[in-house]
Design a protein around this ligand. Sequence first.
Ligand SMILES: Cc1ncc(COP(=O)(O)O)c(C=O)c1O
Length: 401
Amino acid sequence: MEYRINFINNSYRRFAKAHKEELISAFWDCLERGALTLREEVSKFEDNLANFVGTKYAIGVNSGTDALFLSCKALGIKGNWNYLLERVYAGEITIDEANKLFEGDELITVSHTFIASIQCIVNCGAKPVLVDVGENELMNPELIEPAITERTKAILPVHFHGKVCDMDAILDIAAKHNLHIIEDAAQALGSSYKGKMAGSFGDAGCFSFNTAKLLGGFGDGGGIVTNSRDLCEKLYLLRNHWNMAQTSVRMSDFPTPEIVQWAWKSRLDNVQAALLNVKFKYYRDLLVRRKQIADMYCEGLKGLPLKLPKYGEGDVIQEFIVRIGNEEEREKFKKFMDEKGIEVLIRETTPNHKVKNLYLDHFSLPVTESISKDAVRLPTYPELEDSEVDEIIGAIREFYK
Ligand SMILES: Cc1ncc(COP(=O)(O)O)c(C=O)c1O
């Protein structure tokens, strides 16, 4: 269906149009020099990212999904859960047998997130342990300690929708139990907690630059930030076949170790980095515009029988999510907005732990389940015109007439 006001597509179309010359010149410069793989554009992007978040190092990778997975690998997260689940899927053993045969680490995260936050744990062979979120849609820190066992190796907080989790509480728990912290900051580049940026609290902070994200690129992209030189070195090696021999990494600072290990290939494309470097210049302004749009929604939707998000200091606006009340009402709302030519998004209708065959349905997460029944995302990209935001507000007010 073609929408007059779409959920995201116009964001990158309009950004590209507004900055056409600069983007084409960055792209052409790479082509002319044949600078396509791990060249200085990637290094420059890594410097931009590290400076922005306030960490010593940043490592460009292929996606937010890989950022999480490689961070877990670099921190030594391991186990046989992925192998056992493959045997379950092949019908060789039952899930009860798999549970008895499991050896490895557990990581604590949430179900109220994109699947990649959980997938990285399973792909390392470890078991995900899911805790509920609070009404703010963030990991409820009170539920973390009861979920810790002797297998627990790390906490993976997800800074959802541009809001940072309660990091004081999470850092305290991690210190007390000697656990790593891997932050999923895919939706939170630029959000802060008590003046410190999302991604800079834990051992590693993971970002996504896929098209729909705050710093949306032109395709896929991801990044990891860290203050640990050891972790940075390991990540450089893990993303590139355990090989430092590329210009983007500082070869003299980080020579390839003599002993080689098996690794992966997950590099931020050089052309993508060049385009992201252009967008990064405008990033702070784009965040300001997102906040203006959120303020327009908050003002314009006041008094209606839907629940509006609450924003605190330091939050950035990845998406503007309203709670409609129940599933039936949400269906009617979506249909009404479709008829108006306005695309709103309904995701997480089935929370991750309820998806069949992922073997996570033993977790009881009432807040997560209730959010999945009535959350609706409104278009919030910075390239929206004021008149479009007004039109969306007008349509919603008409729905409630
Ligand atoms: C919370 C969260 N974590 C991880 C990811 C994975 O990022 P990517 O799509 O770049 O792999 C996403 C985005 O899709 C996300 O929203």
